[in-house]
Design a protein around this ligand. Structure first.
Ligand SMILES: Nc1ncnc2c1ncn2[C@@H]1O[C@H](COP(=O)(O)OP(=O)(O)O)[C@@H](O)[C@H]1O
Ligand SMILES: Cc1ncsc1CCOP(=O)(O)O
Ligand SMILES: [Mg+2]
Length: 280
């Protein structure tokens, strides 16, 4: 296992590379938070492009350094777009981030999420209930088929999803990030616990979605685990700072983007986190 210092060095490198190179990470993401996802990707130094159609998604998958797929709002065309783009990403070994928003609701969403299993996303990002439900859908350890997903919000605590997160990471060979009041990131062999954020993050829509989009930006520049940890760290740092400066969700959203933009590589790497080894 790498030392914490080595991990922090990799996080700083990822942040710096992104700020210097403005990498493009294309997205197929929900219509609720699409604008916030793009703004967050730009704030950390990336470049955003959002599409819905199969040929356009295929183009972005090849042109971008990574791709973000979020199933929050589903359209019929996604039965064509999503499996085909996931297959391309897998075959070309391009990192992609999956946010299984509201897994369990509706037949097309369920079918699409099932079809993703062989295409192994580099990063799976979701709240605890979504991670447990996805592991259940993919018939992995720690998953539950009786899903407690009610909608887009979590009804489970982050640590309840640790087993499922490790099983998913072992399946994909990538990383899994479980978000909540504290965040858990794993690559199946190590677990990082990242701290910070603000209760206002539960009072705006798109904190989770945009975290996934930002993870895709960092995935253009580093390993899935470091990308997921770095994205989570900048969210926890920016969320904490913004939360201290505002008194409501509207101004929080604005201040949060400013803090994402202002956070330096060193500050992001120094945001509090703990490392644990996964014992087998
Ligand atoms: N109560 C909280 N306190 C601090 N940070 C939070 C809290 N709830 C969520 N966050 C942060 O908000 C972001 C999105 O997480 P979450 O709300 O769990 O995702 P989702 O929107 O997908 O349910 C993460 O960066 C997480 O750390
Ligand atoms: C409210 C809502 N409904 C469908 S997608 C979506 C956005 C969910 O955003 P997040 O998971 O980041 O809270
Ligand atoms: Mg979400």
């Amino acid at each position: 296992m790498e030392t914490k210092q080595e991990i922090q060095k990799s996080m700083m490198q990822a942040v710096t590379t992104v700020k210097e190179t403005n990498p493009m990470a294309g997205s197929i993401t929900n219509t609720v938070t699409i604008n916030f996802v793009a703004n967050a990707q730009l704030a950390v130094g990336g470049s955003a492009a959002m599409v819905y159609l199969p040929d356009e998604a295929a183009f972005l998958a090849e042109a971008g350094g990574a791709t973000y797929i979020n199933v929050g709002t589903i359209f019929p065309i996604y039965s064509e777009t999503l499996p085909s783009v996931a297959k391309i990403l897998h075959e070309k070994q391009k990192p992609w981030v999956l946010d299984p928003v509201a897994v369990g609701i509706g037949s097309l969403r369920t079918s699409l999420l099932q079809q993703f299993k062989p295409f192994k996303p580099a990063i799976i990002r979701g709240n605890a209930s979504e991670i447990i439900a996805l592991a259940g859908l993919w018939e992995l350890d720690g998953g539950a088929t009786e899903s407690k997903v009610r909608g887009v919000d979590s009804t489970d605590e982050v640590f309840a999803a640790q087993h499922a997160a490790i099983a998913l990471a072992n399946w994909t060979g990538g990383a899994v990030a479980v978000s909540g009041e504290t965040d858990l990131i794993t690559d199946g062999t190590q677990v990082a616990i990242s701290k910070g954020g603000s209760h206002f993050m539960e009072k705006i829509t798109g904190a989770g979605c945009s975290l996934g989009g930002v993870a895709a930006v960092y995935a253009t520049a580093t390993t899935p685990f470091i990308a997921a940890l770095t994205a989570t760290a900048v969210y926890n740092l920016a969320g904490k700072r913004a939360g201290q400066l505002v008194d409501g969700p509207g101004s929080f959203q604005q201040q949060f983007l400013d803090e994402l933009y202002k956070a330096t590589a060193e500050e992001i790497a120094n945001n509090p986190f703990e490392m644990q080894e996964v014992l087998v």
